[in-house]
Design a protein around this ligand. Structure first.
Ligand code: AMP
Ligand code: MG
Length: 338
């Protein structure tokens, strides 16, 4: 066990965090999406320590964070013109672009792939840490593999205390869901491999075609190859059994009354009636609030000792697609239509 320092966003602490990363250590860092476990993306031992702290399968690649998109050329062998157009609009921000990597990014970082996901985060502390460390920072979500992603420093401490050098407390994550991951299918078209805060509608303003990979909403067949390794794994799951119920509120509550005693939990929308006799939590009234609150609530449900949770399925519009994608994975693809 090592002692995990809790750092603040003041200049001295940010400099310490950058120094730790520069010297090959792993630090929990805030971003506008979720908290990340940051390490020098070019240092194989540091990256190994990230995989070890998370218990992450070795074939699940890490996203590499840089301070400015112009640096993408240092770590990749080819950057299509469309990537620059997207960068103008979405960098810094919650967009990860998968590009062919060059030899400066070790295979351990890319999970053995010949591509690398590149992102320019907007969070001030994260941005500053990249600049001061002078390295590209590999940073997966800072949770134990399979658990809900952390959206505040306390979540990171709960999963990583004793396993990493420090955590920087940069407040609650602005978006609450991970970045949108895209690959390039052709000159004018991109494929969404993981939905996030940058929505298909937003990408359509720049790209002629925006393809939503079918694996975002459907379980991969056992023998299918995943266009993005994260699609293969059970994810974002609390200990509780999560069941998604898709339909209007009246049908939702009718289904539960008919099928359950009172020992279940519900996760519903803010404006749903609270007359039901079940224990419940709410997760916002619109898609961006739901994104902001989802992982927080999944962790709170575990703390409350919930064993079975019925969740009202969110809308798939806008950032709702990301919320739906995380929940359907937390539910192991169990969705009841009412
Ligand atoms: P996390 O680090 O927890 O945010 O997860 C990052 C996810 O981004 C991975 O699980 C992959 O699904 C996806 N990803 C990262 N790099 C690549 C890549 N080179 N090719 C395809 N998908 C990637
Ligand atoms: Mg993750």
């Amino acid at each position: 066990m090592m002692k995990t320092l809790l750092l603040t966003e003041n200049a001295e602490d940010i400099a310490s965090a950058a120094e730790l990363i520069k010297n090959g250590n792993v630090v929990g860092i805030p971003t506008e999406t979720v908290y990340g476990l940051g390490a020098d993306a070019c240092n194989e031992n540091a990256v190994k320590a990230v995989f070890a702290a998370k218990g992450r399968p070795a074939d699940n690649p890490l996203i590499v964070h840089i301070a400015d998109f112009s640096q993408a050329e240092k770590y990749t062998s080819y950057v299509p013109a469309l990537a620059y157009r997207l960068a103008e609009r979405f960098c810094p921000g919650a967009l990860t672009m998968v590009l062919p990597k060059n030899e400066s990014i070790p295979l351990i970082t890319s999970g053995g792939l010949d591509t690398v996901g590149i992102r320019v985060p907007s969070h001030r502390a994260m941005h500053r840490i990249i600049e001061l460390s002078g390295c590209p920072i590999a940073a997966p979500s800072a949770n134990i593999s399979g658990l809900p992603s952390p959206t505040c420093a306390g979540h990171v401490m709960r999963d990583m205390n004793g396993k990493i050098s420090a955590v920087v407390d940069g407040g609650v994550s602005e978006y609450g869901v991970e970045s949108t991951v895209i690959s390039f299918d052709s000159e004018n078209s991109v494929r969404i491999l993981r939905p996030g805060a940058v929505t298909p509608e937003m990408l359509s303003e720049i790209c002629r075609d925006v393809i939503i990979d079918p694996a975002i909403l459907n379980e991969l067949a056992e023998d299918a190859s995943a266009p993005s390794p994260g699609m293969k794994y059970k994810h974002y799951s609390p200990k509780a059994n999560i069941i998604m119920v898709e339909g209007n509120y009246n049908n939702f509550i009718k289904y539960i009354r008919e099928n359950e005693k009172d020992n279940v939990w519900l996760l519903v929308f803010d404006n749903d009636s609270t007359e039901f006799p079940y224990r419940y939590m709410t997760y916002g009234a619109d898609s961006s609030q739901q994104a902001h609150l989802l992982f927080h609530r999944l962790r709170e449900l575990d703390e409350a000792g919930a064993e079975k949770v019925y969740v009202r399925a969110p809308s798939k519009d806008g950032v709702g697609l990301a919320v739906y994608n995380r929940l359907i994975r937390a539910a192991g693809f169990e969705v009841i239509k009412v």
